[in-house]
Write a protein that binds this ligand. Structure first.
Ligand SMILES: Nc1ncnc2c1ncn2[C@@H]1O[C@H](COP(=O)(O)OP(=O)(O)OP(=O)(O)O)[C@@H](O)[C@H]1O
Ligand SMILES: [Mg+2]
Length: 312
């Protein structure tokens, strides 16, 4: 027999499986979870690509916990120099002991390499070119040469998972040529209405489900409005609900009241949506328009509040 089927090999220690899914922490995303697990299982590095708030971090954390693999988290930004990513010699200890391994302080990359962990780099498109080159080297060679420290080989299990937001104007073009050839790419779009409503329900105090559904509808409409370049993620819906509940407590009203929801929507969403420069409109005016489309005019909706808002 020449070919060995996966099933013949039996369980591989530390291999990635769907045994822990569906997870209590992740709503839906079955296909993306399967792809991520398969990518990690076959030794690939992965890019999770999607707008802010589409659950990239949530998914990766759940998968990392289920896989029992060490998880090293790095925020990608312009200050992430190679020294911060890789680690560096501690200058005061070097004075006393010299350039010996004991005086080297591991950065997140070395930590993940040594422990065979998952290195999760958020906003990878924002990191400086030279730092990106370090990641590319590690992906290609599964090891890193650090001056005066020597070679650090990737322990079994080391994987890089990078996240990026395709709407981000910073550095996305640069990434496409450099990294895509070495990774699997999993696209994370917005989830459907039902799943987003479920996410909001899990992250907020209890409110009437039909009102929560309308908040989700409002937020989803920001993504389709002709004047809006980037709409709000489900984070916006979570904040509208939370803010309404707190505002209702402060005002001695109900979260479902028109004016309370309206004020909460403006505060929670106006900073989150990006307008087309040519539109000439403000985020507030678009939110006001959409809020009225979903909840009706103020007096009309209050009069027509035949459906009791319930405990909020
Ligand atoms: N599928 C999901 N299941 C459960 N919670 C989710 C899901 N998607 C998003 N969320 C919730 O929405 C919020 C945003 O999710 P998360 O931080 O994972 O997004 P992200 O894609 O990593 O965003 P960013 O690009 O800004 O880093 C969190 O509060 C998270 O709990
Ligand atoms: Mg994230």
């Amino acid at each position: 027999m020449t070919a060995l089927h996966a099933a013949d090999r039996g369980p591989v220690p530390g291999s990635w499986s769907t045994a822990h899914f569906p997870s209590a922490d992740v709503v839906g995303r079955r296909r993306e979870i399967e792809l991520l697990l398969a990518g990690l299982d076959c030794g690939a590095h992965v890019v999770l690509e999607g707008p802010p708030g589409t659950g990239k971090t949530t998914l990766l954390r759940a998968v990392a916990e289920a896989g029992g693999s060490p998880f090293v988290f790095v925020e990608g930004n312009a200050e992430l120099t190679p020294a911060r990513l890789v680690g560096q010699f501690d200058p005061s200890q070097v004075l006393a002991e010299g350039y010996v391994p004991a005086t080297f302080v591991d950065g997140p990359l070395i930590e993940a390499l040594r422990t065979g962990g998952l290195l999760y780099v958020e906003e990878v498109n924002r990191i400086p070119e030279e730092t990106l080159n370090v990641l590319i080297t590690v992906m290609s060679e599964a090891e890193l040469h650090v001056p005066r420290l020597g070679r650090v080989r990737a322990a079994d299990g080391f994987r890089l998972v990078a996240a990026m937001n395709p709407f981000d104007a910073v550095g996305t073009a640069r990434i496409s040529s450099a990294i895509y050839d070495r990774v699997c790419r999993i696209v994370m779009g917005y989830q459907d209405h039902e799943e987003e409503s479920d996410i909001v329900a899990r992250r907020c105090p209890p409110v009437p489900p039909e009102w929560r559904d309308r908040v989700v509808d409002l937020v989803r409409r920001t993504r389709e409005h002709a004047d809006v370049r980037v709409g709000s993620s489900v984070r916006g819906a979570i904040d509208v609900v939370r803010l309404s509940v707190s505002l209702a407590r402060i005002r001695g009203g109900l979260a479902t009241e028109w004016r309370i929801g309206h004020d909460a929507a403006l505060a929670a969403l106006s900073g989150r949506i990006g307008m087309h420069e040519s539109s000439g409109r403000t985020a507030e005016s678009v939110i006001d328009e959409l809020y009225t489309a979903v909840f009706g005019e103020e007096s009309a909706s209050d009069d027509a509040a035949g459906d009791p808002p319930g405990e909020a």
